[in-house]
Design a protein. Structure first.
Length: 340
């Protein structure tokens, strides 16, 4: 192999965590790729760290804005491989202008996210998070731990793509009534699973639990805000394992304080960049909105971990390496992986 082809097969990898290395090292071996891992997130300020690589691999909180792309383009980068499904952190218009291709992993394990969503709800509903701590202090009392049966409750699913559909089907398995809202309803699927599509306002007004599974777009930004939260049933539960900016967090805090929301489970948060995925246990948390959210006993926050299963990590690494291989061979990726 020539030195040129060796450098072509080099990948600058950002926001690396130990679990990334485990799965990507395996994929790199299979696909003969050389990965240079960086623990920091990629931005314009540190773009020279690509060190001659034509391909960079990034995650949800690397900020690939126009200035970063311009710097990367100037350094000879040709491909951004997102090791996630969402691509709201990349300026796609700028990438196209600069001739930098962008690929993603459109689906890895929708089960991972859907199952985490239901795990969050049931932890919150059945107060497992409180019971866990209580029992460890040898307090075996049950006061304050009353939950509700999911059976017979109405669940509203916003966004019935890959993850929303699996989540809806899990809730059907519990014996819930499921209603759904999507810009592009899939009537065949809804008929098969006895799920009814409704307008957003109707869904919000009839659901005991509302779960978000749509992407972040200009249209969906703060879809759950003061007005739409006020349309929800009093005491309803809100679940978000999709993207933080779908929810106006200040409106959620106000609704929790007056009991309009009975519980909130979040795997994503609108200002998670720089906070989630990191250990801040030795420093003061600077985000007062997140700090306030964490004080509610009926709020459960996980750190964007819904995707974190063996199956999902393996599939992410395999698909990313395959996309890179296709790119290096001058072949087209499957269309659903191409975002620019
Ligand atoms: P998908 O593309 O299969 O489905 C999205 C659905 O939302 C589509 O049916 C689409 O028609 C609908 N939609 C889009 N904009 C809408 C709008 N404004 N109003 C109503 N419906 C709208 O996506 P998938 O794979 O189901 O993922 C959903 C989201 O989950 C992703 O966009 C991503 O943000 C998030 N996600 C979170 C992860 C985590 O670890 N927490 C991991 C993977 C994805």
């Amino acid at each position: 192999m020539s030195s040129e082809s060796v450098s072509q097969r080099k990948i600058a990898f950002y926001d690396t965590k130990p679990y990334d290395r485990k799965y990507f090292d395996r994929a790199a071996e299979t696909h003969n790729l050389q990965i240079e891992y960086h623990e920091f997130r990629l931005s314009k300020a540190n773009a020279t760290s690509v060190h001659g690589a034509q391909i960079v691999c990034v995650f949800v909180n690397d900020r690939i804005d126009r200035s970063c792309l311009e710097a990367l383009g100037g350094l000879g980068v040709k491909l951004i491989a997102l090791r996630c499904a969402g691509f709201n952190n990349v300026d796609l218009g700028a990438a196209k202008e600069l001739g930098i291709s962008v690929v993603r992993v459109p689906a890895y394990s929708p089960y991972s996210v859907a199952e985490h969503t239901v795990a969050l709800l049931q932890t919150l509903n059945r107060k497992i998070h409180r019971a866990y701590n209580r029992v460890r202090e040898l307090n075996f009392s049950l006061g304050g731990l009353v939950g509700f049966d999911l059976h017979g409750r109405t669940v509203g699913i916003l966004g019935t793509g890959k993850i929303g559909k699996i989540t809806a089907q899990i809730f059907r398995g519990y014996g819930c009534n499921v209603v759904a809202y999507d810009l592009y309803p899939d009537q065949e699927w809804s008929g098969k699973h006895k799920i009814e599509y409704t307008e957003l306002e109707t869904l919000l007004g009839s659901s005991d639990i509302v779960s978000l599974h749509l992407p972040l777009t200009p249209e969906s930004y703060h879809l759950l805000n003061e007005q739409t939260i006020s349309q929800m049933k009093k005491g309803a539960y809100l679940l978000n394992t999709s993207r933080g900016k779908l929810i106006d967090s200040a409106a959620v805090i106000a609704a929790l304080k007056c009991g309009q929301l009975g519980g909130v489970a979040l795997d994503v948060y609108e200002e998670e960049e720089g906070v989630f995925f990191e250990d801040h246990s030795e420093t003061a948390l600077q985000d007062d909105v997140l700090s306030r959210l964490l004080t509610f006993p009926n709020v459960l926050v996980t750190s964007h971990q819904a995707f974190l299963t063996e199956e999902a990590l393996g599939a992410i690494a395999a698909t990313t390496a395959d996309s890179i291989d296709l790119f290096l061979d001058g072949k087209e990726c499957p269309e659903e992986r191409i975002v620019a």
